[in-house]
Write a protein that binds this ligand. Structure first.
Ligand SMILES: Cc1cc2nc3c(=O)[nH]c(=O)nc-3n(C[C@H](O)[C@H](O)[C@H](O)COP(=O)(O)OP(=O)(O)OC[C@H]3O[C@@H](n4cnc5c(N)ncnc54)[C@H](O)[C@@H]3O)c2cc1C
Length: 595
């Protein structure tokens, strides 16, 4: 999901405002057109006032104040027995009631275990709607099938081969069954509607494929940056379905303790098995749950923990944190509690680099790979890559923005673009609506657009000449000059059929010559979650210590678990975050339930 930031948005980091944007563009020091189309596109001089404007500072990310670099690694004083006022006994404790925690609770209970779920928010949590599984029944029915090992190799390439391929194989082999297991709860009330359907029955659990079927020209084997058709979306979001999962848990006898925060794991002297969890209730009092089979950590990520961000991925402090869920005290929930509790009792935090999820879904034309120009008017990347890579590049441009530029022939070009997470491939006739109002798809991107929507979108500027367009893009005179030269250069490359500058696929080189001309801003993606978890054994899903020995009685799933997403969040398989939370939540629940 991408949040549009208005042009006057003034980042807490002192980054982008209209003023700094213009200053930055002016300072880009575009060279004379006569010298070379690229002359104005070299890095700005060090005196450039805007050059450091988007650097770190009082970042807007991370709601938990910093206590010093790495301080969170030091275990806090143990909560003594004398402070504990209540004790419960069970077989399994699950920490966290998000997608992974609910799945783990249901699976463990289905194995016959007695389960208590501890959740620090006032109720169970979720967000959004998209699941990226492989080979679920509905995907097979739709023909959304592909070679999962090829897909994993692509995932690994984007993640520097730092994820655990055995875990990714388990996602590939088990996520379809996990998805079927989840949606079976809807029974006859489950409905599948096609990608271009614009109505759905809110009384049903409705599934819709995203970007499927693909346009006829799309051939995944020819893609430099392949994105597999993976996403099934729930409408209006996954809330109605998770309600059924929660109710199923209750039916199976799972006990939920809301507004209750797990604080420490019980593992005497950090030796042997984990025996349970110490928690804190709303009134500040402590209690503990002893769990004869153990604890499953499902507490999510740490994108709102400033201290962890500073330690693991300081550059992510620049990103705008877009995590919406809060606990019973109004604090954002994704504070890495489970990773920390694990580290304190001797678990291994997976090796990084850790991966903030910041993929952009692009502009009104999504991430369709029209040429992009930065604040200095310069092209800077092969645009034919996924939303996460585009976001990475845009974050490395002055003022953190890019302009996507296209001409009036776009309706006949859209079908030539890849069919990826953020792409728009179909033009519908004017008068039709391409998006659901008020649903996830109205906020994100579907595969379709109408000319009316382009013309009416406030983020689009339109002009009859490129010179006029450049002015509407708020470019300084120097940036305008650079931009015009760069478009000329780009058109020459298109005529020659080879992108000598950035190597974009020749099939997607469309010159910009037919008026009117359009430009629309793409901001980098906001940060949704920051991924990095505890290392687990790929079979048992037990957490490992730094010697790669299994810690008895301790399991992890979802974003609390490592080994899935490292380095970057690849949109090779969009929706894989929910899908792995579901799959490994289920598998961890089964594993502990059978232990
Ligand atoms: C706006 C937004 C949109 C997204 N869209 C998508 C998408 O379309 N597709 C996709 O795949 N992913 C998406 N994601 C990411 C996805 O939502 C998460 O990665 C995924 O849900 C993680 O599931 P989880 O169970 O690991 O964690 P969570 O869903 O975060 O659940 C963790 C739970 O643990 C609780 N908890 C934490 N610490 C404690 C504690 N100490 N004691 C008790 N309880 C605790 C939390 O309150 C929370 O309820 C999106 C994220 C955001 C922010």
């Amino acid at each position: 999901m991408n949040k549009k930031i208005p042009i006057d948005y003034d980042r807490a980091t002192g980054g982008l405002s209209r003023r700094s944007f213009i200053t930055g563009a002016a300072a880009a020091g575009a060279g004379a057109l006569a010298v070379s189309a690229l002359a104005g596109c070299s890095p700005a001089a060090p005196t450039d006032a805007a050059a450091g404007a988007a650097g770190t500072g009082a970042g807007s990310t991370g709601s938990t104040p910093s206590a010093g670099i790495g301080a969170f690694l030091t275990p806090p004083s143990p909560i003594e027995d004398s402070q504990i006022t209540e004790t419960a006994e069970t077989e399994v404790v699950i920490v966290g009631a998000g997608v992974s925690g609910l799945s783990a609770a249901r699976a463990a209970a289905e194995e016959g275990a007695k389960v208590i779920v501890i959740e620090k928010a006032a109720t169970w949590q979720y967000r959004s709607a998209q699941y990226g599984c492989a080979n679920s029944s509905v995907m097979k029915e739709l023909g959304m099938v592909w070679d999962t090992r090829e897909a994993i190799n692509e995932l690994q390439k984007e993640m520097g081969y730092r994820a655990d391929s055995r875990l990714l194989n388990r996602w590939a082999d088990e996520s379809g069954a996990a998805f079927d297991w989840m949606v079976e709860l809807a029974g006859d009330n489950l409905e599948l509607i096609p990608m271009d359907a614009l109505e759905y029955d809110p009384s049903k659990i409705t599934m819709q494929p995203l970007h499927w079927p693909a346009p006829p020209a799309y051939d995944i084997t020819k893609e430099y940056s392949p994105v597999y058709p993976s996403v099934i979306t729930f409408l209006p979001d996954q809330g109605p379905l998770l309600t059924l999962v929660y109710e199923k848990c209750l039916e199976l006898g799972v006990e939920f303790r809301f507004s209750t925060r797990a604080r420490q794991l019980i593992r005497p002297n950090n030796q042997g098995r984990v025996e349970g969890v110490i928690y804190q209730t709303q009134d500040g009092g402590y209690g503990k749950v002893l769990a004869s089979r153990g604890v499953v950590l499902c507490g999510g990520d740490w994108g709102s923990n400033r201290e962890m961000l500073e330690y693991y991925v300081p550059w992510a402090l620049r990103c705008i944190n877009f995590f919406p869920n809060v606990d019973a005290n109004g604090e954002t929930t994704n504070t890495g509690d489970c990773q920390q509790m694990g580290i304190w009792i001797g678990a291994k935090m997976e090796d990084g680099p850790h991966a903030p999820m910041t993929h952009t879904l692009g502009s009104v034309l999504g991430t369709d790979c029209y040429s992009l120009y930065n604040a200095g008017g310069c092209r800077f990347v092969n645009e034919d890559v996924g939303g996460q890579q585009l976001s990475n590049q845009i974050y490395r441009q002055r003022s953190d923005i890019a302009w996507q530029v296209f001409d009036d022939l776009y309706p006949e070009q859209l079908g030539e673009f890849p069919d990826t997470h953020g792409n728009v491939n179909f033009v519908k006739p004017d008068g039709q609506v391409a998006h659901f109002e008020g649903s996830e798809l109205a906020v994100g991107k579907s595969s379709m657009i109408t000319r009316e929507e382009i013309n009416n979108d406030p983020s689009v500027v339109k002009a009859d000449t490129l010179e006029e367009l450049a002015k509407l893009m708020d470019y300084s005179p120097e940036a305008q000059t650079a931009f015009l030269a760069q478009v000329e250069r780009y058109n020459e490359l298109c005529d020659g059929g080879k992108d000598l500058d950035f190597g974009k696929d020749a099939r997607r080189l469309f010159p910009i010559r037919t008026a009117p001309f359009y430009a629309t801003r793409i901001e980098p993606g906001v940060m949704l979650v920051c991924l990095g978890g505890l290392t687990v054994d790929p079979n048992s899903l037990r957490v490992l210590d730094p010697e790669y020995q299994q810690i008895e009685g301790l399991y992890a799933a979802g974003n609390a678990m490592g080994g899935r997403i490292v380095v970057d969040y690849p949109v090779v398989i969009a929706g894989i975050s929910h899908a792995t939370a579901l799959t490994f939540g289920r598998l961890a629940g089964q594993s502990i339930g059978q232990s």
